[in-house]
Write a protein that binds this ligand. Structure first.
Ligand code: SAM
Ligand code: SF4
Length: 453
């Protein structure tokens, strides 16, 4: 069956979650995090290793497309003050844990962790090493805005053990860059990539976006060519999420400058095909990796996961998040810190772990969370796998829902066999539409989300 892309896009006018968690973070409830602290700490003590996330909610520029939890700072003092509170939060957790769990992965995200200075990074490192065991030399990935990088920056980032770097590009075209307030030359970006390689960074990711204002297909194709020319190990090609009701600076982007749904769909397809032709393995809906990269290997082995950073090979059962808005998770649920930096800092200064919201998961959440993760990562799932992971009785409602979803599908998006459920190959870009049919929370509540492609 040939897909009627226009019809499918037209039916889906309201947008859908990106499914970087299930349920999506808008379902977390006030107080729900604090109630889970003891159980999360216990899970961290019992885990073979934990994964850590640190959020730096500052940038020295404000890109108008930005959907991240961040704000622009002109001076460094607020950053230094924040780092003091972050260090205290890590110490609070260290005391709560009462032992130093082994760390498998550490990710510094933001905002722009690349604006941190040597003393900030040293303070974070010291706090982390006091509370956690880094003896297994974990993978340390750091998000970098190339325009932040000064001559000493890379050495400073190497001093916290950086092994992977993720660089924001978005688009190289000057007209698009002006429309999103993000000037960044190809030459600067290339110099940073080369400097990171020279420093010994073996894995570099580049983020690019489709769906940006004034981004014609020619401009977009040229950007993709330039990104490929830099030969990163991974590429993330995200669809721009325009959510001006949540991120008011996005109002600087004129609606009439945005490509329509059909152009977004075509750009995503064209970009994806170009990157695949250049030798990258396609991972999920928006990631690409060289075949020998650990993300590509995980995808081939059915070990891909999805978390708030997107696709990952991080298989830690427990994740702790530090800093404003950071999210932690374990089998029992999700916890999220205060999003507003000021409130986050007040709580830490009062000696409280600064959790604002969270959600305890029940068995149904875990089941449909896994179904949606498998759909987002592998575009399908075997019924036997669900039965093995959850037991036949618990898995049964998801299997019968899968059969129903396939039977009711009039668009050729998915199919069910006796052994499993899968997206049809051409319909993979629409996986969020099918994932939403398994989303029990979406059926119960209203939410405003970004476009499906
Ligand atoms: C924290 S930033 C990356 C590091 C650094 N701050 C930078 O911009 O270079 C994370 C990434 O999220 C993506 N992003 C930000 N806002 C977005 C939006 N509204 N829609 C889709 N992706 C977005 C961008 O590709 C960006 O590189
Ligand atoms: S895209 Fe990156 S640099 Fe730009 S405002 Fe967002 S976090 Fe900051």
């Amino acid at each position: 069956m040939t897909l009627d892309v226009e019809r499918i896009l037209a039916q889906q006018s309201s947008g859908l979650p990106r499914y970087t968690s299930y349920p999506p973070a808008n379902h977390f409830v006030p107080g729900g995090g604090a109630a889970l602290t003891d159980a999360l700490a216990q899970a961290a003590r019992e885990a073979d290793a934990v994964s850590l996330y640190i959020h730096i909610p500052f940038c020295d520029r404000m890109c108008w497309f930005c959907g991240c939890h961040t704000k622009q700072v002109q001076r460094h003092d607020p950053v230094v003050t924040y780092i003091g509170d972050l260090v205290e939060e890590i110490a609070l957790w260290g005391r709560k844990l009462g032992q130093r769990p082994k760390v498998s992965k550490l990710h510094l995200g933001g905002g722009s962790p690349s604006l941190l200075q040597a003393q900030d990074l040293a303070a974070i490192r010291q706090a982390l090493h006091a509370a956690f065991d880094f003896s297994s030399e974990p993978e340390v990935s750091i998000e970098i805005d190339p325009s932040d990088v000064k001559s000493a920056s890379i050495d400073n980032l190497m001093a916290v053990g950086m092994t992977r770097a993720s660089i924001g590009v978005q688009d190289f075209d000057p007209v698009v860059q002006a429309a999103i307030n993000r000037p960044q030359s190809f030459e600067l970006t290339r110099d940073i990539v080369e400097a990171l390689r020279a420093a010994g960074i073996g894995s570099i990711n580049i983020d690019a976006l489709y769906g940006l204002p004034l981004q014609t297909q020619d401009r977009f194709v040229r950007t993709v060519e330039q990104v490929i020319a830099l030969q990163p190990d991974r590429i993330a090609l995200f669809g721009y999420a325009h959510v001006p009701w949540m991120k008011t600076h996005q109002r600087m982007i004129k609606d009439e400058d945005l490509p329509n749904g059909l152009q977004r769909f075509h750009d995503a397809e064209v970009g994806s095909a170009m990157i695949a032709r250049a030798g990258y393995q396609v991972i999920g809906i928006d990631h690409f990796a060289k075949p020998d990269d650990s993300l590509a290997i995980a995808a081939r082995n059915g070990k891909l996961h999805r978390n708030f950073q997107g696709y990952t090979d991080d298989d830690a059962a427990v994740r702790l998040g530090f800093g404003a808005s950071a999210i932690g998770c374990f089998d029992g649920g999700f916890v999220q810190n205060e999003v507003a930096t000021g409130r986050y800092q007040d709580m830490v200064r009062k000696g409280s772990i600064p959790l604002a919201r969270g959600l305890a998961l029940n068995e149904e959440d875990r089941l449909y969370g896994r179904v949606i993760e498998l759909l987002m990562c592998d575009f399908g799932f075997a019924y036997g796998q669900l039965e093995r992971e959850f037991g036949p009785a618990v898995a049964a409602p998801a299997i019968s829902l899968a059969r129903k979803v396939a039977a009711l599908d009039k668009d050729g998006l998915c199919r069910s066999s006796t052994t499993g459920f899968e997206m049809t190959p051409d319909a993979r870009p629409f996986v969020r539409i099918v994932a939403a049919r398994f989303d029990q929370w979406l059926q119960r509540t209203e939410g405003k989300y970004s476009k499906v492609v």
